[in-house]
Design a protein around this ligand. Structure first.
Ligand code: KIV
Length: 277
Protein backbone atom coordinates (compact mmCIF):
# COMPACT_ATOMS: atom_id res chain seq x y z
CA UNK A 1 0.00 0.00 0.00
CA UNK A 2 1.42 3.38 -0.95
CA UNK A 3 1.25 6.34 1.38
CA UNK A 4 -0.50 9.32 -0.21
CA UNK A 5 0.76 12.78 0.63
CA UNK A 6 -2.52 14.33 -0.54
CA UNK A 7 -3.70 16.80 2.10
CA UNK A 8 -6.78 15.42 3.75
CA UNK A 9 -9.92 17.30 4.63
CA UNK A 10 -10.82 18.60 8.04
CA UNK A 11 -13.09 16.04 9.69
CA UNK A 12 -15.91 16.18 12.23
CA UNK A 13 -13.59 14.84 15.00
CA UNK A 14 -11.01 17.55 14.07
CA UNK A 15 -13.69 20.19 14.56
CA UNK A 16 -14.90 18.63 17.83
CA UNK A 17 -11.33 18.82 19.16
CA UNK A 18 -11.32 22.60 18.58
CA UNK A 19 -13.58 23.22 21.63
CA UNK A 20 -12.22 26.25 23.48
CA UNK A 21 -9.25 26.46 21.08
CA UNK A 22 -8.68 28.21 17.78
CA UNK A 23 -12.04 29.67 16.66
CA UNK A 24 -13.82 27.73 13.92
CA UNK A 25 -14.33 29.61 10.65
CA UNK A 26 -17.52 28.54 8.93
CA UNK A 27 -19.32 29.87 5.86
CA UNK A 28 -22.20 28.65 3.79
CA UNK A 29 -21.55 27.48 0.23
CA UNK A 30 -23.94 26.18 -2.40
CA UNK A 31 -21.77 25.95 -5.54
CA UNK A 32 -18.41 24.59 -6.68
CA UNK A 33 -16.91 27.98 -7.67
CA UNK A 34 -17.91 29.70 -4.41
CA UNK A 35 -16.52 26.74 -2.44
CA UNK A 36 -13.23 26.97 -4.34
CA UNK A 37 -12.91 30.72 -3.62
CA UNK A 38 -13.51 30.24 0.13
CA UNK A 39 -11.93 26.84 0.83
CA UNK A 40 -8.48 28.03 1.91
CA UNK A 41 -9.83 30.00 4.89
CA UNK A 42 -12.87 27.92 5.82
CA UNK A 43 -12.89 25.07 8.34
CA UNK A 44 -16.45 23.95 7.71
CA UNK A 45 -18.75 24.69 4.81
CA UNK A 46 -22.38 24.50 5.72
CA UNK A 47 -24.42 23.73 2.62
CA UNK A 48 -27.39 25.42 4.24
CA UNK A 49 -31.03 25.10 3.29
CA UNK A 50 -30.83 28.90 3.19
CA UNK A 51 -30.01 28.07 -0.46
CA UNK A 52 -33.78 28.12 -0.98
CA UNK A 53 -34.01 31.81 -0.14
CA UNK A 54 -30.59 32.95 -1.37
CA UNK A 55 -30.41 31.16 -4.75
CA UNK A 56 -33.97 30.09 -5.53
CA UNK A 57 -35.89 33.15 -4.29
CA UNK A 58 -38.12 31.06 -2.03
CA UNK A 59 -39.84 32.85 0.89
CA UNK A 60 -38.41 30.41 3.49
CA UNK A 61 -36.33 27.24 3.75
CA UNK A 62 -39.44 25.05 3.92
CA UNK A 63 -39.68 24.36 0.17
CA UNK A 64 -36.13 23.03 -0.11
CA UNK A 65 -35.94 19.35 -1.12
CA UNK A 66 -33.46 16.57 -0.46
CA UNK A 67 -32.59 16.51 -4.19
CA UNK A 68 -31.70 20.22 -4.08
CA UNK A 69 -29.44 19.67 -1.06
CA UNK A 70 -27.77 16.68 -2.71
CA UNK A 71 -27.05 18.68 -5.90
CA UNK A 72 -25.59 21.64 -4.03
CA UNK A 73 -23.75 19.44 -1.50
CA UNK A 74 -22.05 17.45 -4.27
CA UNK A 75 -21.03 20.69 -6.03
CA UNK A 76 -19.45 22.07 -2.84
CA UNK A 77 -17.54 18.83 -2.26
CA UNK A 78 -16.24 18.98 -5.86
CA UNK A 79 -15.21 22.62 -5.46
CA UNK A 80 -13.27 22.19 -2.22
CA UNK A 81 -10.49 20.04 -0.83
CA UNK A 82 -9.81 21.35 2.68
CA UNK A 83 -13.00 22.25 4.56
CA UNK A 84 -15.33 19.75 6.16
CA UNK A 85 -18.55 19.87 4.12
CA UNK A 86 -21.71 19.65 6.22
CA UNK A 87 -25.05 19.42 4.43
CA UNK A 88 -28.34 20.61 5.92
CA UNK A 89 -31.14 18.07 6.11
CA UNK A 90 -34.17 19.95 4.76
CA UNK A 91 -37.56 20.24 6.44
CA UNK A 92 -39.58 17.02 6.43
CA UNK A 93 -36.68 14.67 5.70
CA UNK A 94 -35.69 13.77 9.28
CA UNK A 95 -38.32 14.83 11.83
CA UNK A 96 -40.66 11.83 11.39
CA UNK A 97 -38.44 9.14 12.94
CA UNK A 98 -34.79 8.21 13.48
CA UNK A 99 -35.17 5.65 10.67
CA UNK A 100 -36.40 8.28 8.20
CA UNK A 101 -33.51 10.53 9.24
CA UNK A 102 -30.96 7.73 8.73
CA UNK A 103 -32.37 6.75 5.33
CA UNK A 104 -32.17 10.34 4.04
CA UNK A 105 -28.88 11.27 5.73
CA UNK A 106 -27.25 8.14 4.28
CA UNK A 107 -28.46 9.24 0.81
CA UNK A 108 -26.89 12.67 1.35
CA UNK A 109 -23.57 11.17 2.47
CA UNK A 110 -23.43 8.61 -0.38
CA UNK A 111 -24.40 10.99 -3.17
CA UNK A 112 -22.44 14.10 -2.11
CA UNK A 113 -19.34 12.70 -0.40
CA UNK A 114 -19.88 15.23 2.41
CA UNK A 115 -18.41 14.74 5.88
CA UNK A 116 -21.46 15.43 8.04
CA UNK A 117 -25.10 16.48 8.09
CA UNK A 118 -26.83 19.21 10.09
CA UNK A 119 -30.26 19.00 11.64
CA UNK A 120 -32.32 21.57 13.51
CA UNK A 121 -33.85 20.75 16.88
CA UNK A 122 -33.22 20.25 20.56
CA UNK A 123 -34.40 17.75 23.16
CA UNK A 124 -37.01 16.33 20.75
CA UNK A 125 -34.30 15.45 18.17
CA UNK A 126 -31.77 13.94 20.61
CA UNK A 127 -32.86 10.34 19.95
CA UNK A 128 -32.47 10.93 16.21
CA UNK A 129 -29.00 12.45 16.62
CA UNK A 130 -27.88 9.42 18.68
CA UNK A 131 -29.38 7.03 16.07
CA UNK A 132 -27.41 8.70 13.25
CA UNK A 133 -24.14 9.02 15.19
CA UNK A 134 -24.32 5.37 16.35
CA UNK A 135 -24.61 4.37 12.69
CA UNK A 136 -21.60 6.36 11.48
CA UNK A 137 -23.10 9.69 10.46
CA UNK A 138 -21.48 12.78 12.06
CA UNK A 139 -24.15 15.29 13.07
CA UNK A 140 -23.98 19.02 13.63
CA UNK A 141 -26.91 20.32 15.70
CA UNK A 142 -28.71 23.66 15.33
CA UNK A 143 -30.49 25.30 18.29
CA UNK A 144 -31.86 28.72 19.18
CA UNK A 145 -33.60 30.31 16.21
CA UNK A 146 -34.49 27.39 13.97
CA UNK A 147 -35.60 28.69 10.54
CA UNK A 148 -37.49 25.47 9.71
CA UNK A 149 -39.86 26.37 12.59
CA UNK A 150 -40.63 29.82 11.16
CA UNK A 151 -44.38 29.16 11.06
CA UNK A 152 -44.39 28.13 14.73
CA UNK A 153 -42.19 31.10 15.73
CA UNK A 154 -44.17 33.63 13.68
CA UNK A 155 -41.06 35.09 12.04
CA UNK A 156 -37.28 35.28 12.18
CA UNK A 157 -36.68 37.01 15.51
CA UNK A 158 -34.10 36.44 18.21
CA UNK A 159 -35.16 33.76 20.69
CA UNK A 160 -34.50 33.18 24.39
CA UNK A 161 -35.95 36.51 25.47
CA UNK A 162 -37.17 35.25 28.87
CA UNK A 163 -35.72 32.93 31.52
CA UNK A 164 -37.78 29.89 30.47
CA UNK A 165 -36.85 30.21 26.80
CA UNK A 166 -33.18 30.73 27.67
CA UNK A 167 -33.18 27.63 29.88
CA UNK A 168 -34.87 25.61 27.12
CA UNK A 169 -32.15 26.58 24.61
CA UNK A 170 -29.43 25.47 27.03
CA UNK A 171 -31.27 22.16 27.65
CA UNK A 172 -31.61 21.69 23.87
CA UNK A 173 -27.88 22.19 23.33
CA UNK A 174 -27.01 19.79 26.17
CA UNK A 175 -29.36 17.11 24.82
CA UNK A 176 -27.87 17.34 21.31
CA UNK A 177 -24.34 17.29 22.69
CA UNK A 178 -25.09 14.30 24.96
CA UNK A 179 -26.57 12.51 21.94
CA UNK A 180 -23.17 12.66 20.21
CA UNK A 181 -23.23 15.71 17.90
CA UNK A 182 -19.72 16.99 17.05
CA UNK A 183 -20.71 20.65 17.08
CA UNK A 184 -23.80 22.89 17.34
CA UNK A 185 -24.89 25.96 15.41
CA UNK A 186 -26.45 28.48 17.81
CA UNK A 187 -28.59 31.04 15.99
CA UNK A 188 -30.28 34.28 16.99
CA UNK A 189 -29.68 34.48 20.74
CA UNK A 190 -28.37 37.20 23.06
CA UNK A 191 -24.75 37.22 24.15
CA UNK A 192 -25.58 35.86 27.62
CA UNK A 193 -27.23 32.80 26.06
CA UNK A 194 -24.46 32.32 23.49
CA UNK A 195 -22.02 32.31 26.40
CA UNK A 196 -24.14 30.03 28.61
CA UNK A 197 -24.64 27.47 25.82
CA UNK A 198 -20.93 27.53 24.95
CA UNK A 199 -19.99 26.93 28.60
CA UNK A 200 -22.64 24.20 29.02
CA UNK A 201 -21.47 21.80 26.31
CA UNK A 202 -18.15 20.01 25.68
CA UNK A 203 -18.45 20.46 21.90
CA UNK A 204 -17.82 23.63 19.87
CA UNK A 205 -20.65 26.09 19.32
CA UNK A 206 -20.75 27.92 15.99
CA UNK A 207 -22.69 31.15 16.31
CA UNK A 208 -24.77 33.07 13.83
CA UNK A 209 -26.17 36.16 15.48
CA UNK A 210 -25.21 34.60 18.81
CA UNK A 211 -22.24 36.83 19.82
CA UNK A 212 -18.47 36.37 19.91
CA UNK A 213 -18.85 34.06 22.93
CA UNK A 214 -19.23 31.02 20.68
CA UNK A 215 -16.35 28.72 19.67
CA UNK A 216 -16.68 29.78 16.04
CA UNK A 217 -18.83 31.80 13.66
CA UNK A 218 -20.82 31.09 10.54
CA UNK A 219 -22.26 33.57 8.05
CA UNK A 220 -24.23 33.12 4.88
CA UNK A 221 -21.50 33.87 2.30
CA UNK A 222 -23.83 35.91 0.10
CA UNK A 223 -24.70 38.11 3.11
CA UNK A 224 -21.10 38.85 4.01
CA UNK A 225 -20.18 39.43 0.35
CA UNK A 226 -23.11 41.76 -0.37
CA UNK A 227 -24.64 39.35 -2.89
CA UNK A 228 -28.02 38.94 -1.21
CA UNK A 229 -29.86 42.14 -0.42
CA UNK A 230 -33.47 40.96 0.06
CA UNK A 231 -33.07 40.75 3.81
CA UNK A 232 -29.91 41.23 5.86
CA UNK A 233 -30.04 40.45 9.57
CA UNK A 234 -28.61 43.23 11.78
CA UNK A 235 -25.75 41.09 13.08
CA UNK A 236 -24.31 40.43 9.59
CA UNK A 237 -20.92 42.00 9.05
CA UNK A 238 -20.42 42.92 5.38
CA UNK A 239 -16.93 42.44 3.98
CA UNK A 240 -17.67 43.38 0.35
CA UNK A 241 -20.41 44.78 -1.83
CA UNK A 242 -20.17 42.46 -4.79
CA UNK A 243 -23.65 43.21 -6.10
CA UNK A 244 -22.39 46.72 -6.94
CA UNK A 245 -19.36 45.22 -8.71
CA UNK A 246 -21.64 42.93 -10.71
CA UNK A 247 -23.90 45.81 -11.74
CA UNK A 248 -20.84 47.85 -12.78
CA UNK A 249 -19.40 44.96 -14.81
CA UNK A 250 -22.73 44.27 -16.51
CA UNK A 251 -23.12 47.97 -17.40
CA UNK A 252 -19.64 48.03 -18.94
CA UNK A 253 -20.37 44.84 -20.85
CA UNK A 254 -23.60 46.27 -22.18
CA UNK A 255 -21.77 49.47 -23.29
CA UNK A 256 -19.18 47.36 -25.12
CA UNK A 257 -21.88 45.32 -26.87
CA UNK A 258 -23.73 48.46 -27.98
CA UNK A 259 -20.51 50.16 -29.15
CA UNK A 260 -19.52 46.99 -31.04
CA UNK A 261 -16.29 46.89 -29.01
CA UNK A 262 -15.82 43.14 -29.25
CA UNK A 263 -12.65 41.60 -30.63
CA UNK A 264 -12.55 38.44 -32.69
CA UNK A 265 -9.79 35.87 -32.19
CA UNK A 266 -7.60 37.70 -34.76
CA UNK A 267 -7.48 41.13 -33.04
CA UNK A 268 -7.33 40.54 -29.30
CA UNK A 269 -4.78 42.92 -27.80
CA UNK A 270 -5.27 41.89 -24.17
CA UNK A 271 -7.55 39.50 -22.33
CA UNK A 272 -11.03 41.05 -22.26
CA UNK A 273 -11.44 40.23 -18.58
CA UNK A 274 -8.63 42.56 -17.51
CA UNK A 275 -9.41 45.36 -19.95
CA UNK A 276 -10.05 48.61 -18.07
CA UNK A 277 -12.36 51.43 -19.23
O1 KIV B 1 -29.25 27.29 6.27
C1 KIV B 1 -28.20 27.85 6.64
O2 KIV B 1 -27.54 28.56 5.88
C2 KIV B 1 -27.75 27.63 7.99
C3 KIV B 1 -26.51 28.33 8.44
C4 KIV B 1 -26.63 29.78 8.45
C5 KIV B 1 -26.05 27.86 9.75
O3 KIV B 1 -28.36 26.90 8.71
Amino acid sequence: MSVSNKRSRITAPDLKARKGGEPIVSLTAYSAPMASFLDAVTDVFIVGDSVGMVLYGLPSTLGVTLEMMIGHGAAVVRGSSRACVTVDMPFGTYQESPEQAFRNAAKVIKRTGCGAVKIEGGVEMAETVAFLVDRGIPVMGHVGLMPQSVNKLGGYKAVGRNKEEAAAIISDARAISDAGAFSIVVEGVMESIGRAVTHSVPIPTVGIGASAECDGQVLVSEDMLGLFNDFTPRFVKRYADLSLEIEKAATNYSKDVKARRFPGPDNVSQPAAVKKE
